[in-house]
Design a protein around this ligand. Structure first.
Ligand code: PLP
Length: 300
């Protein structure tokens, strides 16, 4: 599997006095995209070194991680098994249909069983052959790949940006970026879920990585739009406009909320004049097909 690295960095000319750059990690690989490729990289290496021939993981029915894992497994010639939260619905949605076409075996679990399996219960049958990836692919090895994303940006820009902005689901990508950034760069994590737990999640990942003392990051809790996969017409309009005006495709679950948040903070004067802000486009565009299927005609 050969990702296209380094992914380009584009200008997003929103402001005359603040330089906004976009790291186009949606262009890593057509099917193993964005942060999901970064998070898989060292897991795949460790899996190979451990002699595994399969990947086992977990996700919701529209999960970008499930889709990326299925594609990675196919490219490597490995078995893949996905435990999906909830009931089977036919026809399969575009995410699961793609995962299935890559050869992923999909098993549906009720919420209680799903949660237990995520914590490692009843996986004995698969442990010898399969590398077990947590939900979202978020573990300590995933952080290493995301730290590399930070240094890749430095190599391209020959300087560190003042701010790095990223969407947060589990917080592993944000934490990984922090471990790759110097203290002078502030990481802003934009949670796409409602609640005030993201700071703790990121701190937990930093603790696991032996980087407890890092202070150059914060969660920006104001742009979740009501919670995971929730949206309103402002968000949809913004996504459609950003595509038309700047040629940047965004999804409504992760990057749409991030970019909306960055544009709004910019309007409010959050970023000082003269600063450079790097926005990470973490991919996730595969999710758009499923969104369009459910909410016809909203996204252009
Ligand atoms: C999974 C995903 C995220 C969230 O990454 P975490 O490491 O779980 O915080 C952000 N953006 C996109 C596009 C994703 O698919």
């Amino acid at each position: 599997m050969i990702p296209l690295l380094p992914t380009p960095i584009d200008e997003w000319p929103l402001h005359s006095e603040v330089r906004i750059l976009v790291k186009r990690d949606d262009q890593t690989h057509p099917h193993v995209s964005g942060n999901k490729w970064r998070k898989l990289k060292y897991n795949l290496e460790a899996a190979r070194n451990a002699g595994k021939t399969g990947l086992l993981t977990f996700g919701g029915a529209f999960s970008n991680h499930l889709s990326a894992t299925a594609a990675a497994g196919q490219l490597l010639g490995w078995k893949t098994l996905g435990f999906v939260r909830g009931e089977r619905h036919l026809p399969l949605n575009p995410t699961l249909s793609f995962a299935h076409s890559c050869g992923m075996e999909i098993r549906y679990l009720d919420r209680t069983t799903y949660r237990a399996r995520c914590k490692g219960k009843d996986l004995e049958n698969w442990e010898s052959d399969f590398w077990i990836l947590p939900e979202g692919g978020s573990n300590t090895l995933a952080l290493n790949g995301c730290a590399e994303l930070a240094t890749e940006c430095f190599d391209q820009l020959s300087q560190w940006p003042d701010y790095v902005c990223v969407a947060a689901g589990t917080g592993a990508t944000a934490a990984g970026l922090v471990t790759g950034l110097p203290e002078q760069t502030q990481l802003l994590a934009f949670p796409v879920l409602k609640g005030d737990f993201m700071g703790q999640e990121i701190q937990n990942f930093l603790d696991q990585a032996g980087q407890s003392g890092r202070k150059n990051w914060q969660a920006i809790p104001d742009y979740h739009f009501g919670g995971y996969a929730k949206f309103n017409s402002d968000l949809i309009d913004f996504i459609n406009q950003t595509k038309t005006l700047y040629g940047i495709p965004l999804d409504p679950v992760y990057t749409g909320k991030l970019f909306f948040g960055v544009a709004d903070l910019l309007k409010k004067g959050f970023f000082p004049a003269g600063s450079t802000v790097l926005v990470i486009h973490t991919g996730g565009l595969q999710g758009i097909a499923g969104f369009k299927e459910r909410f016809a005609n909203l996204l252009t």
